[in-house]
Design a protein around this ligand. Structure first.
Ligand code: ASP
Length: 299
Protein backbone atom coordinates (compact mmCIF):
# COMPACT_ATOMS: atom_id res chain seq x y z
CA UNK A 1 0.00 0.00 0.00
CA UNK A 2 1.26 3.47 -0.90
CA UNK A 3 1.40 6.16 1.81
CA UNK A 4 -1.08 8.86 0.63
CA UNK A 5 0.05 12.44 0.05
CA UNK A 6 -1.92 15.55 -0.89
CA UNK A 7 -0.70 19.08 -1.58
CA UNK A 8 -2.71 22.19 -2.40
CA UNK A 9 -1.93 25.79 -3.26
CA UNK A 10 -2.09 28.79 -0.90
CA UNK A 11 -3.16 29.04 2.74
CA UNK A 12 -6.73 28.16 1.70
CA UNK A 13 -5.25 24.93 0.31
CA UNK A 14 -5.48 23.79 3.94
CA UNK A 15 -9.26 23.58 3.49
CA UNK A 16 -8.68 21.24 0.54
CA UNK A 17 -6.07 19.14 2.31
CA UNK A 18 -8.18 18.85 5.48
CA UNK A 19 -10.95 17.41 3.33
CA UNK A 20 -8.85 15.27 0.97
CA UNK A 21 -6.28 13.75 3.33
CA UNK A 22 -8.71 11.78 5.56
CA UNK A 23 -10.44 10.53 2.41
CA UNK A 24 -7.14 9.28 0.98
CA UNK A 25 -6.45 7.49 4.26
CA UNK A 26 -9.83 5.76 3.94
CA UNK A 27 -8.87 4.45 0.50
CA UNK A 28 -10.61 7.07 -1.68
CA UNK A 29 -9.04 7.49 -5.12
CA UNK A 30 -6.64 10.39 -5.74
CA UNK A 31 -9.02 12.09 -8.15
CA UNK A 32 -12.08 11.75 -5.90
CA UNK A 33 -10.15 13.04 -2.88
CA UNK A 34 -8.61 15.96 -4.79
CA UNK A 35 -12.03 16.86 -6.16
CA UNK A 36 -13.66 16.78 -2.72
CA UNK A 37 -10.89 19.05 -1.44
CA UNK A 38 -11.23 21.49 -4.33
CA UNK A 39 -15.00 21.56 -3.90
CA UNK A 40 -14.66 22.54 -0.25
CA UNK A 41 -12.64 25.58 -1.37
CA UNK A 42 -15.12 26.41 -4.15
CA UNK A 43 -17.88 26.44 -1.54
CA UNK A 44 -16.06 28.73 0.89
CA UNK A 45 -17.16 32.35 0.31
CA UNK A 46 -14.11 33.64 2.21
CA UNK A 47 -11.90 32.47 -0.66
CA UNK A 48 -12.46 35.32 -3.10
CA UNK A 49 -10.60 33.82 -6.05
CA UNK A 50 -12.24 30.39 -6.34
CA UNK A 51 -15.89 29.42 -6.95
CA UNK A 52 -18.67 30.96 -4.84
CA UNK A 53 -17.71 34.49 -3.77
CA UNK A 54 -14.98 34.87 -6.42
CA UNK A 55 -14.22 38.41 -7.53
CA UNK A 56 -15.90 39.15 -10.82
CA UNK A 57 -14.49 40.09 -14.21
CA UNK A 58 -14.43 43.65 -15.59
CA UNK A 59 -18.18 43.66 -16.23
CA UNK A 60 -19.12 42.17 -12.87
CA UNK A 61 -19.64 38.52 -13.86
CA UNK A 62 -18.03 35.64 -11.95
CA UNK A 63 -16.55 33.43 -14.65
CA UNK A 64 -15.00 30.13 -13.55
CA UNK A 65 -12.25 27.93 -15.00
CA UNK A 66 -11.43 24.39 -13.84
CA UNK A 67 -9.93 21.10 -14.91
CA UNK A 68 -9.35 17.59 -13.59
CA UNK A 69 -6.92 14.86 -14.63
CA UNK A 70 -6.55 11.20 -13.73
CA UNK A 71 -2.95 9.97 -13.71
CA UNK A 72 -3.89 6.33 -14.39
CA UNK A 73 -5.33 6.90 -17.84
CA UNK A 74 -4.61 10.57 -18.69
CA UNK A 75 -8.39 11.04 -18.74
CA UNK A 76 -9.09 14.74 -18.33
CA UNK A 77 -11.88 17.27 -18.53
CA UNK A 78 -12.20 21.04 -18.26
CA UNK A 79 -14.55 24.00 -18.35
CA UNK A 80 -13.70 27.63 -19.02
CA UNK A 81 -15.71 30.82 -18.67
CA UNK A 82 -18.45 28.94 -16.80
CA UNK A 83 -21.02 31.24 -15.17
CA UNK A 84 -23.66 30.65 -12.47
CA UNK A 85 -22.57 27.13 -11.59
CA UNK A 86 -21.12 26.61 -8.15
CA UNK A 87 -18.90 23.57 -8.71
CA UNK A 88 -16.88 23.97 -11.93
CA UNK A 89 -14.40 21.20 -11.05
CA UNK A 90 -17.28 18.74 -10.74
CA UNK A 91 -18.56 19.86 -14.14
CA UNK A 92 -15.03 19.35 -15.54
CA UNK A 93 -15.13 15.81 -14.21
CA UNK A 94 -18.46 15.20 -15.95
CA UNK A 95 -16.91 16.51 -19.19
CA UNK A 96 -14.19 13.90 -18.68
CA UNK A 97 -16.58 11.07 -17.89
CA UNK A 98 -19.62 11.74 -20.07
CA UNK A 99 -18.30 13.33 -23.26
CA UNK A 100 -15.68 12.54 -25.89
CA UNK A 101 -14.28 16.06 -25.33
CA UNK A 102 -11.75 17.64 -22.98
CA UNK A 103 -12.80 21.31 -22.77
CA UNK A 104 -16.19 23.03 -22.88
CA UNK A 105 -16.44 26.83 -22.70
CA UNK A 106 -18.92 29.57 -21.84
CA UNK A 107 -22.57 29.07 -22.70
CA UNK A 108 -21.94 25.53 -23.95
CA UNK A 109 -20.28 24.58 -20.67
CA UNK A 110 -23.23 26.02 -18.74
CA UNK A 111 -25.73 24.19 -20.94
CA UNK A 112 -23.82 20.96 -20.32
CA UNK A 113 -23.80 21.60 -16.56
CA UNK A 114 -27.56 22.18 -16.54
CA UNK A 115 -28.13 19.02 -18.60
CA UNK A 116 -25.98 17.15 -16.08
CA UNK A 117 -28.18 18.30 -13.19
CA UNK A 118 -26.14 21.17 -11.73
CA UNK A 119 -28.39 23.98 -10.44
CA UNK A 120 -28.07 27.60 -11.55
CA UNK A 121 -26.75 29.74 -8.73
CA UNK A 122 -25.60 33.26 -8.03
CA UNK A 123 -21.91 33.21 -7.19
CA UNK A 124 -21.91 36.69 -5.68
CA UNK A 125 -21.80 37.40 -1.98
CA UNK A 126 -22.39 40.86 -0.45
CA UNK A 127 -18.64 40.96 0.30
CA UNK A 128 -17.56 40.03 -3.23
CA UNK A 129 -19.87 42.62 -4.78
CA UNK A 130 -18.53 45.30 -2.41
CA UNK A 131 -14.90 44.29 -3.10
CA UNK A 132 -15.54 44.45 -6.85
CA UNK A 133 -17.17 47.89 -6.61
CA UNK A 134 -14.36 49.24 -4.43
CA UNK A 135 -11.55 48.18 -6.74
CA UNK A 136 -13.22 48.30 -10.11
CA UNK A 137 -10.67 49.41 -12.78
CA UNK A 138 -11.19 52.74 -14.52
CA UNK A 139 -10.16 51.61 -18.00
CA UNK A 140 -12.54 49.36 -20.00
CA UNK A 141 -9.71 47.33 -21.54
CA UNK A 142 -6.67 47.24 -19.25
CA UNK A 143 -3.40 46.94 -21.15
CA UNK A 144 -1.62 44.87 -18.49
CA UNK A 145 -3.21 41.91 -16.72
CA UNK A 146 -4.10 42.89 -13.16
CA UNK A 147 -1.72 40.46 -11.52
CA UNK A 148 -1.44 42.15 -8.13
CA UNK A 149 -1.25 39.79 -5.19
CA UNK A 150 -4.84 40.49 -4.12
CA UNK A 151 -6.35 39.97 -7.54
CA UNK A 152 -6.14 36.25 -8.14
CA UNK A 153 -5.27 32.74 -6.85
CA UNK A 154 -6.31 29.22 -7.64
CA UNK A 155 -6.70 26.06 -5.69
CA UNK A 156 -4.70 23.31 -7.34
CA UNK A 157 -4.82 20.00 -5.51
CA UNK A 158 -2.46 17.10 -6.30
CA UNK A 159 -3.04 13.74 -4.63
CA UNK A 160 -1.41 10.31 -4.42
CA UNK A 161 -3.70 7.51 -3.23
CA UNK A 162 -3.14 4.21 -1.44
CA UNK A 163 -3.05 2.35 -4.75
CA UNK A 164 -0.21 4.58 -5.95
CA UNK A 165 -2.30 6.54 -8.44
CA UNK A 166 -2.08 10.30 -8.96
CA UNK A 167 -4.99 12.69 -9.53
CA UNK A 168 -5.28 16.44 -9.73
CA UNK A 169 -7.79 19.28 -9.82
CA UNK A 170 -7.38 22.98 -10.57
CA UNK A 171 -10.21 25.51 -10.02
CA UNK A 172 -10.39 29.30 -9.99
CA UNK A 173 -12.38 32.42 -10.77
CA UNK A 174 -9.18 33.64 -12.45
CA UNK A 175 -7.81 37.15 -12.39
CA UNK A 176 -10.19 39.63 -10.81
CA UNK A 177 -11.42 42.23 -13.33
CA UNK A 178 -10.23 40.12 -16.27
CA UNK A 179 -11.74 40.89 -19.65
CA UNK A 180 -14.92 38.96 -20.37
CA UNK A 181 -13.86 35.84 -22.24
CA UNK A 182 -10.35 35.79 -20.80
CA UNK A 183 -9.22 32.24 -20.01
CA UNK A 184 -6.15 31.59 -17.87
CA UNK A 185 -3.97 28.53 -17.41
CA UNK A 186 -6.23 26.84 -14.88
CA UNK A 187 -8.59 24.96 -17.24
CA UNK A 188 -5.86 24.18 -19.76
CA UNK A 189 -4.43 20.68 -19.45
CA UNK A 190 -0.64 20.91 -19.48
CA UNK A 191 -0.66 24.52 -18.25
CA UNK A 192 -2.55 24.78 -14.93
CA UNK A 193 -2.43 21.01 -14.34
CA UNK A 194 -0.88 17.85 -15.70
CA UNK A 195 -0.99 14.40 -14.13
CA UNK A 196 0.60 11.19 -15.35
CA UNK A 197 1.19 8.17 -13.09
CA UNK A 198 4.27 7.27 -15.10
CA UNK A 199 6.07 10.58 -14.41
CA UNK A 200 4.32 12.74 -11.79
CA UNK A 201 1.78 15.49 -11.22
CA UNK A 202 2.18 19.25 -11.41
CA UNK A 203 -0.06 22.24 -10.92
CA UNK A 204 0.21 25.99 -11.13
CA UNK A 205 -1.16 29.20 -9.72
CA UNK A 206 -0.46 32.84 -10.46
CA UNK A 207 -0.74 35.01 -13.53
CA UNK A 208 -2.02 32.50 -16.06
CA UNK A 209 -0.63 34.28 -19.11
CA UNK A 210 2.91 33.60 -17.86
CA UNK A 211 2.13 29.97 -17.04
CA UNK A 212 0.60 29.35 -20.47
CA UNK A 213 3.64 30.92 -22.14
CA UNK A 214 5.86 28.12 -20.83
CA UNK A 215 3.28 25.27 -20.69
CA UNK A 216 4.21 25.13 -17.00
CA UNK A 217 2.67 21.94 -15.65
CA UNK A 218 3.52 19.76 -18.64
CA UNK A 219 7.06 21.11 -18.54
CA UNK A 220 7.43 20.10 -14.89
CA UNK A 221 6.03 16.60 -15.42
CA UNK A 222 8.34 16.06 -18.37
CA UNK A 223 11.30 17.21 -16.26
CA UNK A 224 10.33 14.59 -13.67
CA UNK A 225 10.04 11.98 -16.42
CA UNK A 226 13.58 12.88 -17.41
CA UNK A 227 14.79 12.20 -13.85
CA UNK A 228 14.51 15.54 -12.02
CA UNK A 229 13.06 15.57 -8.50
CA UNK A 230 9.73 17.40 -8.04
CA UNK A 231 11.60 20.25 -6.35
CA UNK A 232 14.19 20.54 -9.14
CA UNK A 233 11.43 20.43 -11.75
CA UNK A 234 9.45 23.25 -10.09
CA UNK A 235 12.58 25.36 -9.78
CA UNK A 236 13.36 24.86 -13.47
CA UNK A 237 9.85 26.02 -14.37
CA UNK A 238 10.20 29.17 -12.25
CA UNK A 239 13.58 29.87 -13.86
CA UNK A 240 11.91 29.57 -17.24
CA UNK A 241 9.17 32.03 -16.21
CA UNK A 242 11.89 34.42 -15.01
CA UNK A 243 13.98 34.04 -18.18
CA UNK A 244 10.90 34.64 -20.30
CA UNK A 245 10.14 37.84 -18.40
CA UNK A 246 13.73 39.02 -18.91
CA UNK A 247 13.43 38.37 -22.66
CA UNK A 248 10.22 40.37 -22.74
CA UNK A 249 11.71 43.22 -20.71
CA UNK A 250 9.21 42.92 -17.84
CA UNK A 251 9.43 41.99 -14.18
CA UNK A 252 8.47 38.36 -13.51
CA UNK A 253 4.80 38.11 -12.51
CA UNK A 254 3.49 36.24 -9.50
CA UNK A 255 3.66 32.54 -10.48
CA UNK A 256 4.02 29.38 -8.39
CA UNK A 257 4.21 25.66 -9.07
CA UNK A 258 3.63 22.47 -7.08
CA UNK A 259 4.67 18.95 -8.03
CA UNK A 260 4.21 15.44 -6.67
CA UNK A 261 6.07 12.34 -7.79
CA UNK A 262 4.56 8.84 -8.05
CA UNK A 263 6.67 7.83 -5.01
CA UNK A 264 5.29 10.64 -2.83
CA UNK A 265 8.04 13.26 -3.00
CA UNK A 266 6.82 16.81 -3.48
CA UNK A 267 8.25 20.12 -4.67
CA UNK A 268 7.22 23.78 -4.75
CA UNK A 269 8.78 26.96 -6.10
CA UNK A 270 7.65 30.46 -7.00
CA UNK A 271 8.75 33.75 -8.48
CA UNK A 272 9.65 36.38 -5.90
CA UNK A 273 6.34 38.32 -6.02
CA UNK A 274 4.32 35.15 -5.35
CA UNK A 275 5.52 34.52 -1.74
CA UNK A 276 3.82 31.16 -2.07
CA UNK A 277 2.50 29.06 0.78
CA UNK A 278 0.94 25.66 0.31
CA UNK A 279 -0.67 22.93 2.39
CA UNK A 280 0.63 19.39 2.70
CA UNK A 281 -1.01 16.26 4.10
CA UNK A 282 1.42 13.41 4.60
CA UNK A 283 2.56 10.88 7.22
CA UNK A 284 -0.44 11.50 9.47
CA UNK A 285 -0.18 15.28 9.64
CA UNK A 286 -1.27 18.41 7.84
CA UNK A 287 1.11 21.36 7.66
CA UNK A 288 1.62 24.68 5.90
CA UNK A 289 4.90 25.19 4.06
CA UNK A 290 6.50 28.08 2.21
CA UNK A 291 7.90 27.52 -1.28
CA UNK A 292 11.37 28.53 -2.36
CA UNK A 293 11.27 31.93 -4.15
CA UNK A 294 13.57 32.30 -7.14
CA UNK A 295 14.45 35.63 -8.74
CA UNK A 296 15.72 36.24 -12.26
CA UNK A 297 19.41 35.59 -12.78
CA UNK A 298 21.62 38.61 -13.24
CA UNK A 299 22.56 39.03 -16.93
N1 ASP B 1 -3.84 31.07 -12.63
C1 ASP B 1 -5.07 31.81 -12.40
C2 ASP B 1 -5.44 32.53 -13.68
O1 ASP B 1 -4.57 33.06 -14.34
C3 ASP B 1 -4.98 32.80 -11.29
C4 ASP B 1 -4.13 32.39 -10.10
O2 ASP B 1 -3.91 31.23 -9.84
O3 ASP B 1 -3.66 33.27 -9.37
O4 ASP B 1 -6.60 32.62 -13.97
Amino acid sequence: MTEPVVIATWPFGKIAVETAYPLLNQGTSALDAALAGAKAVEDDPRVDSVGFGGIANSIGTVSLDACVMDGRTLACGAVAGLENIRHPADVARKVMEKTPHVLLVGEGARWFALQSGFPLASLHTPESVAAWARRQPKEAIPTVPRGGPDNHDTVTVLALDQKGHLGGVCTTSGLAFKLPGRVGDSPLIGHGLYVDDTAGAAGATGVGEEIIRIAGSFYIVEQMRAGKSPQEACELAVKRVNATAVRRGVHPASVAFLALSPDGRFGAACTIPAKFQFALGRAGKIEMLTAKSIGPEAP
